[in-house]
Design a protein around this ligand. Structure first.
Ligand code: TPU
Length: 580
């Protein structure tokens, strides 16, 4: 049948790849330069196999929760991220961060080692598990917080399963789960097919797209006062952020952003009017939105938080909601319409109408005097207003401002970003402890000419503080403003009680402990405006490691918006039970 010598034929079919190196190649192909790991005996061979690929770097984290937050934030800056843990004890810690990536619509490839394939038939009880003969509960749990979940229990299934998980995650902008049995990572595996073959597009149904664009165009043409609202799910459709801007410029109307979409429309743009957040909106923003007769919201997420306890919801009869999978009109809904394509179509069709922008300028007094921060030389006690004034002054077009859950959300949302600056917030999941490891992961994916400034409350910091050590290890030059207001102020605003007051730490001096013998982090403390200004200037000059500035302010010195928002969220939480 063939003249090929038996030896050569055999050589030709021996694959160069293993299950683990196949996965590594796919991670490289989806654009990862780093992935986050914690080792454990079930995944050590897998980690070795991943290391074979020198184009993606393995980054150790202090624990799996931190690794999952790091991967989530890496996905924010890089488009996707990945995290590798051991079975059960590692994976369960990562569950919070993976669920967060689901809520925040970020593609994170979560990889867990699994048991040895022979264990179920041997009826073994194995370590790191709950000690039963059920080997599938981890997979069942992660199925709830991922868009695709696969268990590689035979090497032949690895390519199709890995490809399915990865392509689904990229398409849906959500995490995927890949479990690889502990004895299969080094099993031979075919070479990955060209990467393009696994990428599914998010194209619209062309008739649905055309009809939705026509309907929206007609609705806007018939409106006297249209307004645009940017939402967080603009992130979910490649090209949607740019297409949204094109619609805005074609229409010339006022453009507001939701709090969780801050940064998706440039704040130095002449059409930008601020944040729409119901009664805690930027000045004039709520009034203009209420005045508008059509609100085109692109990728909005209306939750109790983003609507300030359901008090800031645009009325349905005036709302066109363009979402990642379709467009909802007051009287019709079109599915199978990709958000970016819809916006691009609309940008070509809409007629200019600047009524809402003109009216906004009439009602808002620009150039209001800033009440805070007049005095960088102040030796008076540091206040929240002074702190945020100085943070705002420190931002430049190359900065990303990342804010943790807490009053930092409220202050951050109302901080003016220079053009080019970015903003990161985790408002849907809102898990305290996110910001330290997220800053670590984000900085790992950051372009070298950009910088990261993170603002983190003392309460949140205490959950995951140790990941600062890895910022030091990798010489990241992140600037952390640690807001020490002695407790959980956001919780106090919603509902106060003794549980909102925590043990104080000497935050600045922690940096010395983490520096140990070779680190170059810098810890500083500011108790006055003058000390803060000096610390920021010192931080700007510091190289080769992060700077943490502990900013001490009074516990009850919170943003005015927090008081209002907190009261409204509390009221929403406390609605009495309705009998059916
Ligand atoms: O500025 P401030 O004091 O509001 O921020 P800090 O100090 O970071 O306090 C945050 C307090 C807080 C809690 C306790 N915010 N949300 N929570 C509830 C909560 C508990 N556990 C997790 C993992 N996430 C949460 N959001």
């Amino acid at each position: 049948m063939t003249d090929v010598p038996v030896n050569l034929a055999k050589e030709c079919i021996v694959p160069d790849f293993t299950v683990g190196s196949y996965l590594a190649r796919r991670l490289e192909q989806i654009g990862l330069k780093h992935y986050f790991v914690v080792p454990g005996d079930y995944n050590l061979v897998l980690l070795d196999q991943l290391l074979v690929n020198k184009n993606v770097e393995q980054i150790g984290c202090c624990n799996e929760l931190n690794a999952s937050y790091a991967a989530e934030a890496y996905a924010r800056v890089n488009g996707c991220g990945a995290v590798v843990t051991t079975f059960n004890v590692g994976a369960f810690s990562a569950l919070n961060g993976v669920a967060g990536a689901y809520a925040e619509r970020l593609p994170v490839i979560f990889v867990s080692a699994g048991h040895n394939t022979n264990d179920p038939s041997a009826n073994h009880i194995i370590h790191h598990t709950i000690g039963t003969h059920d080997f599938s509960y981890q997979y069942e749990m992660f199925r709830q917080v991922t868009c695709a979940a696969v268990r590689v229990l035979h090497p032949d299934n690895a390519p199709s399963m890995i490809d399915h998980a990865i392509s689904t995650a990229l398409r849906e902008r959500r995490p995927a789960y890949i479990e690889i049995a502990s004895n299969l990572s080094n099993a031979p595996c075919p070479e990955p097919a060209p990467f393009e073959t696994i990428l599914a597009s998010e194209d619209s149904n062309s008739r649905a797209l055309a009809s939705a664009v026509d309907r929206a165009t007609a609705l806007i043409a018939g409106a006297k006062k249209p307004l645009l609202l940017a939402g967080a799910h603009l992130r979910c459709s490649y090209g949607a952020i740019d297409a949204f801007r094109d619609v805005a410029e074609a229409l010339g109307c006022a453009v507001a952003v939701m709090p969780d979409a801050k940064g998706f429309f440039p704040e130095d743009h002449p059409q930008y009017i601020g944040t729409y957040w119901g009664p805690v909106s930027s000045p004039g923003c709520e009034a203009i939105l209420d005045w508008a007769d059509v609100v085109l919201a692109a990728g909005p997420v209306f939750s109790d938080y983003t609507t300030a306890g359901w008090t800031g919801l645009p009325p349905k009869e005036r709302l066109v909601s363009a979402e990642p999978g379709g467009v909802r009109f007051p009287d019709a809904e079109y599915t199978n319409v990709a958000l970016a394509e819809f916006l691009a179509g609309l940008a070509k069709n809409v007629q200019a109408n600047d009524a809402t922008l003109t009216q906004y300028h009439r009602i808002v007094q620009t150039a209001t005097a800033d009440v805070a921060g007049q005095d960088f030389e102040s030796s008076a006690e540091l206040t929240r207003a002074e702190l945020w004034h100085q943070i705002e002054q420190d931002l430049d077009p190359k900065t990303t401002l990342l804010v943790e859950t807490g009053d930092s959300w409220l202050n951050g949302v109302f901080t003016r970003l220079p053009g080019g600056a970015r903003f990161e917030i985790e408002m849907q999941w809102g898990s305290i402890g996110w910001a330290v490891p997220a800053s670590f992961g984000y900085a790992m994916g950051l372009e070298p000419d950009r910088r990261l400034v993170s603002v983190i409350g003392d309460g949140s910091f205490q959950l995951t503080a140790q990941e600062v050590a890895n910022m030091i290890r990798h010489g990241q030059e992140t600037l952390i403003f640690l807001v020490n207001n002695r407790g959980y102020v956001v919780e106090s605003a919603i509902h106060d009680g003794p549980y909102n007051y925590i043990k104080n730490w000497d935050y600045a001096r922690l940096i010395d402990a983490w520096n140990a013998e070779d680190g170059n982090g810098l810890g500083l403390t500011a108790t006055t405006g003058r000390e803060l200004a000096a610390a920021i200037s010192k931080a700007r000059r510091h190289k080769g490691g992060p700077v943490l500035i502990e900013c001490q302010i009074a516990h009850d010195d919170c943003s005015p918006q927090l008081l209002d928002w907190g009261a409204k969220v509390a009221r929403a939480n406390a609605r009495p039970h309705q009998q059916a």
